[in-house]
Write a protein that binds this ligand. Structure first.
Ligand SMILES: NC(=O)c1ccc[n+]([C@@H]2O[C@H](COP(=O)([O-])OP(=O)(O)OC[C@H]3O[C@@H](n4cnc5c(N)ncnc54)[C@H](O)[C@@H]3O)[C@@H](O)[C@H]2O)c1
Length: 394
């Protein structure tokens, strides 16, 4: 039987999730209802078979009239919480994009809305459910490291220019790269360590690489420096680097925001993490990395051994601390978000068809947002900040 899916914010990301992941798991997924002010844009993205989808003015009208089996929220970041709060009033399984909130007010309201809700949620955290991360967790849960005492995690993002040349540079929508990017990593680190982050100290470097004083509205095609700028489409193509290879907004323009006004995405940022048991770790993210500098993963250590994995090399290494053995396991290739998007799709379809459970319920999204907001506050105030915990009240 067809799955009647409603979508709020039918943009690029959710379009990809529906086409490549949900339908790969269950070809019966049909988009029948949409809330999105840009109907023409949505129609360009919608599959031929979904062109009969009805557009609704708001979520409540859609939920009352469209008889949905599942709901997906794929708007940009600032609207995830307001729409999810409305969705909490219905029991329909929800696929919710990350970050689940962009400020404390939104996050607390979201937690309250779901306190008594029966709406099951899959938060879009592909890293946590990716097979490589699950394998690392299995090593740790089996006692191969001993109780984990330390974690060191890195994220050298080879596609980071998107945070200065695409709408992600709009601070009012994104609110910086702890919320935009680290939300994934802090989530999977809590999963690996099997405990919450309780305190953080963070720092960030802003305006040393991207952002700048170039005029508002500047695009490469009108720029006198396109022959020499490494970010011009011509030079990106010539040097084989990442980023759009068509005309795009300048990454060094005032439109990127201002470091002084705290409206500019950071070039890189780092967080010292304290976990509930007293274990600690570090996470660091670098957005100007390119090409073979890409790396994302972690080393988790305990007295007995260390587990290291990297999603770019797609392998896990286990070192026994007290025996002369080291082993490597290699993962399969080619899946989006390292196989995590397909795993999320299995969870969501499982909720809809019955018998499945979400491995990324709303609590995972909230815990991660609370940790990211603490990191943001810490970087601004230059001090350790306690992370708000679920159920804290007030
Ligand atoms: N989980 C992941 O790994 C992952 C990967 C990429 C992007 N994302 C997240 O996906 C989100 C969307 O990114 P995108 O690139 O698809 O953006 P997008 O701009 O392509 O899509 C957003 C859509 O929301 C619509 N919209 C705008 N205002 C609206 C409103 N008031 N009500 C309903 N719809 C509205 C827009 O018209 C557009 O169709 C971002 O928050 C991003 O963080 C997550």
């Amino acid at each position: 039987m067809a799955i009647r899916l409603g979508v709020v914010g039918y943009g690029n990301r959710i379009n990809g999730v529906i086409r490549h992941n949900l339908r790969a798991v269950d070809p019966e997924v049909a988009v029948v209802a949409v809330v999105d002010p840009d109907e023409a844009g949505v129609r360009r993205r919608l599959a031929e078979s979904d062109q009969a989808a009805v557009f609704y003015p708001d979520l409540d009208t859609m939920m009352r009239q469209a008889r949905l089996d599942g709901l997906a929220i794929g708007t940009r970041c600032n609207l995830h919480a307001p729409y999810a709060i409305q969705a909490a009033a219905y029991d329909v399984p929800l696929y919710l994009e990350k970050p689940v909130a962009i400020d404390m007010e939104q996050a607390v309201a979201l937690e309250q809305a779901f306190a008594d809700s029966r709406c099951p949620v899959v938060v879009s955290f592909p890293l946590r459910v990716s097979p490589l991360c699950v394998l690392a967790r299995e090593y740790i849960a089996a006692g191969r490291t001993g109780p984990p005492v330390h974690v060191a995690a890195t994220n050298y993002v080879p596609y980071g220019t998107v945070y200065w040349e695409a709408p992600y540079r709009d601070w009012q929508i994104t609110r910086g790269l702890f919320l935009q990017k680290a939300t994934h990593d802090l989530d999977y680190l809590m999963y690996l360590m099997d405990e919450p982050i309780v305190r953080v100290a963070a720092t960030r470097t802003v305006g040393r690489v991207f952002g700048g004083t170039r005029p508002s509205g500047l695009r490469c095609s009108a720029c006198p420096d396109q022959d020499t700028c490494p970010e011009s489409p011509r030079n990106r193509t010539r040097h084989g680097t990442s980023g759009r290879r068509t005309d795009h907004p300048c990454l060094f323009s005032v439109d990127c925001g201002s470091a002084a006004a705290n409206t500019l995405n950071e070039d890189c940022s780092s967080i010292m993490l304290e976990f509930a048991s007293g274990a600690h770790g570090v996470y660091t993210q670098v957005f100007f990395a390119r090409r073979d500098a890409a790396t994302r993963g972690a080393t988790v250590s305990g007295y007995e051994g260390a587990v290291t994995f990297d999603w770019y090399t797609n392998q896990l290494r286990y070192v026994r601390h007290h025996a002369p053995f080291t082993g490597t396991e290699r993962a399969g290739e080619g899946a989006s978000h390292f196989g995590g998007d397909t795993e999320l799709a299995h969870d969501f379809i499982g909720l809809i068809r019955g018998g499945g459970a979400s491995r990324t319920p709303i609590q995972t999204g909230l815990r991660s947002v609370y940790a990211c907001l603490a990191a943001q506050e810490s970087a601004e105030a230059v001090r350790f900040v306690a992370v708000r915990q679920l159920g804290a009240g007030g």
